[in-house]
Structure formats: structure tokens, C-alpha cells
Design a protein around this ligand. Sequence first.
Ligand code: NDP
Ligand code: 2IT
Length: 444
Amino acid sequence: MSYVDEVLARVKEKNASEPEFLQAVEEVLDSLRPVIEANEEKYRKEALLERLTEPDRQIKFRVPWVDDKGQVQVNTGYRVQFNNAIGPYKGGLRLHPSVNIGIIKFLGFEQIFKNSLTGLPIGGGKGGSDFDPKGKSDREVMAFCQSFITELYKYIGADVDVPAGDIGTGAREIGYMYGQYKRITGLYEGVLTGKGLTFGGSLARTEATGYGLLYITRELMKCHGMDMKDKICCVSGSGNVAIYAAQKAQQMGAKVVTVSDSTGWIYDPEGIDVELLKEVKEVKRARLTEYAAARKSAEYHEGRGVWQIKCDIALPCATQNELHLEDAKQLAANGCKAVCEGANMPTTLEATKYLQDNGVLFICGKASNAGGVATSALEMTQNSERLSWTFEEVDAKLEQIMVNIYHNIDDAAKRYGMEGNYVAGANIAGFEKVANAMLAQGVC
Ligand code: NDP
Ligand code: 2IT
């Protein structure tokens, strides 16, 4: 049995109840086959893949807090510190009722390769809780965040592990967490990213994931003889990533005709009104029905359905496994030219394969959504040097990082005879640096 198959079998046996983690590992190890085969004996002796697929540590804790009725609530908190071969653990905190250890492990595992692709010195980690911020008052969210950090502060630090936002965690939550960390430790340090601009946050971090997604998409299109002008884009989600992806796509001359949330989706043939969307989602924290109510050209549909709409470019920006095989078939049949992931692992393995086999350009999230964490690393740099850069400076660095990622993953795929397979390219390019660092640091 090949070394990859041996490790895959072992990982499946050990983590049988964690389907998302297994999906992420399978995708990565499958595409690393040619790299591993070229060094099979050495890597097996070093147990490189076993070490890579086993987190450095998993922290799980109780998060008690008091709701507005005086009732004590209890959630579960997690932080998975996966790999720090190339830098301190870095990755977001997800607050969503679906959070469990398998979800956090899949996200932490992906983060290792994504962070490596940024070219910046950050390792992989992820955390979160099954707390649902929806419908909670600001005071309840603060109570939760303070309790969460009262335990997590022991394990994080500017040179140790630097959490940030993800689903359900935005500027409000990071602010409450930062305040509590500072209060307990007395330290004013860059321990979290995505902070407010008055206390160490970086300009352009809010926009970075969505903007970065469009910078890499434009480079992909350009390298295939196409531009963004007048391209029809379908975006899913309507949170941080989706909003700024839609904004940058429109700035590039494309037309974004859909967005979605967990209850329904919007088709707006005249193009999404991003300012209205921001008002509904960022200010009012309301449902998309409010967007439809305020805009004549918009149709609201219950359930899921954005991938039925004919488009040139599809940008899944909501959550994992939201683009299925039947969606991939519909997109390809509608002449979609490119799918670039804004979310983490939004496309199922079968859907990815179908797109790749049917001539649809496909960039996986660990490459195409890396702009968020890359800009977090730029926030860390600014915090360390106690300076803040202009929006233009950060944005220009972000764009360069995304263009570099495209060329690195393209080159890596070509080196192994898989031209155009950007999934393999991303996994290989991300892996090479981490593997070299792990081997150089000895058995640890
Ligand atoms: P937000 O919480 O800001 O927005 C999430 C959006 O996705 C909302 O519209 C939400 O709808 C929808 N959504 C969430 N869960 C589900 C679900 N189970 N089914 C259907 N819709 C769902 O999160 P972000 O925009 O920050 O994150 C979106 C994706 O991008 C995630 O995969 C995240 O991991 C990834 N990502 C985020 C980065 C960042 O910097 N924020 C960086 C890189 C990747 P509703 O409001 O109804 O829940
Ligand atoms: O998935 C991700 O890359 C993020 N949620 C951002 C992580 C970060 O540390 O900025």
C-alpha cells in the first residue's frame, strides 16, 4: 500500500466521526501523491503525514454566560492548534450552532496550507464555539465573548496563537474579546486580528477576504485571455466575505446578480446594491427579505438556489459543502467559466471533480480566500512595529500576495504535470514549505 493510502486509512479509522475533517484530509493527501511518491521512503520514516494530520493540541472548554433573563447558558469552546512549523498558530474563530471538533479540525487543517501560501510566517489553527450570535443582544454577545476569552487567554498570545474572525465573529466580537484579554493579562499586544481601527486593527482587513478573492479571480481570468468586464457573477452568502467580494467584482466592472443567507437567496438582475446589502446585514443584522423589500428589481426565494442562475463566474462565499454535484452540472451547462471559492471548502469533492473534468476553471479556498489571513498577518506586522499603514498600502500588498499565490499554485501544478489543476497546485505549494520546515526542525 502506498504511504498516502496507509495514512489515509489510519486517519479515517481514528477520526471516523469527523466527516468534514476527513474530506479536507482526503483532498490534500490525494493531490500530494506525486510529491510524496518522489520521497516516499524518507517521508514514511519521518512519519511526516502522520504528524501533519494530527493537531499539535486540541483545547476544549466550557463557556458559561448569563442571558438577558438571568438564565445561565453553557456553550462549548474549541481551539485547535494544528501546526506551527512556519509561524505562530493563526486562524479564525467560528461562532455557529453547527460548530463541533470535526469542523474546527477541518478548518485548522486547511489553514496550515492556506497560511503557507500567503508567503507570510503564520502556522495553522482554528477555534470557535457552538454559540449562536443570531438574535442575541449586544450584552449577551459580550457576556459570551468575555467568558470565552477568560478560558482561551491561557493558550493564545501575539507570538503563540493569534485568533481572528470567521462565521459569526466580526468586529464586534473581536472587540469584546480583545478587551477581556487586555483586562486579564494587562498586555496591549496583537493577540487578535480584525481589531477596530482605533485599537490596532488594520485598514483593509474588513474588505480583505472578498477583495483578495477578486484579485486572484481577475488574474485567473487574465491568464486565460478573459477580463472581468460585464461578467455575470453569482455570489452565495451575504456576510463579510460575500459583501466585499460583490463590491470588488462590481468595481472591476462585473455584475453580481445573487447573494444568499441560511434561509433564502436573492436574484437581482440589475446587480446587487452593495450599500443596501451592507445596511441590511452589517447595520441591522437582518434577513435578506429586508433587502428584497427595499429593492424593486430583487426577487427573494426561500431555500437554496443561487447556482441555478446563469453566470460566467461563481463565487461561493457562505459555508462548507454548499455547492453540490448537481450545482456543478448546472453551472457547467450554463457556460460558467470559473468557480473561485471565498468560503472554506464550499464545493464538495464530487462537484470539484466535475468542474475540473468539464472545463470550468476552479480555485480552491485555501488559495482564493487567503487574502483575509494574509491581511491579518499584515495587521500583526503593523502591531509589532507599532505603526499603521494606509488603506492603499495594505490593499496593494494584498493584491500582490493574491497574484503571487495564483502564479505559485499554477507553477506547482505544472511542475508535477497537472497544468490547470489549481487544487493540486495549492496543496503542493502550501505543503512544500511546511514539510521542509518540519523536517528541518527535527522530530517534534
Ligand atoms: P459571516 O458570518 O460574515 O457570513 C456568513 C454567511 O454565510 C451568512 O450569509 C450566513 O447566513 C451564511 N451561512 C453561514 N452558515 C450557513 C449555513 N450553514 N448554510 C447556509 N448559509 C450559511 O462569515 P464570513 O463571511 O466571514 O465567512 C464566510 C465563509 O468564508 C466561511 O466559510 C469562512 O470560513 C470563510 N472565510 C472567512 C474569512 C474571513 O476573513 N471572514 C477568511 C477566509 C475564509 P446567515 O446569516 O443566515 O447565517
Ligand atoms: O478562514 C480564514 O482564513 C479566516 N477566517 C481568517 C483567519 C485570520 O486569521 O484572519
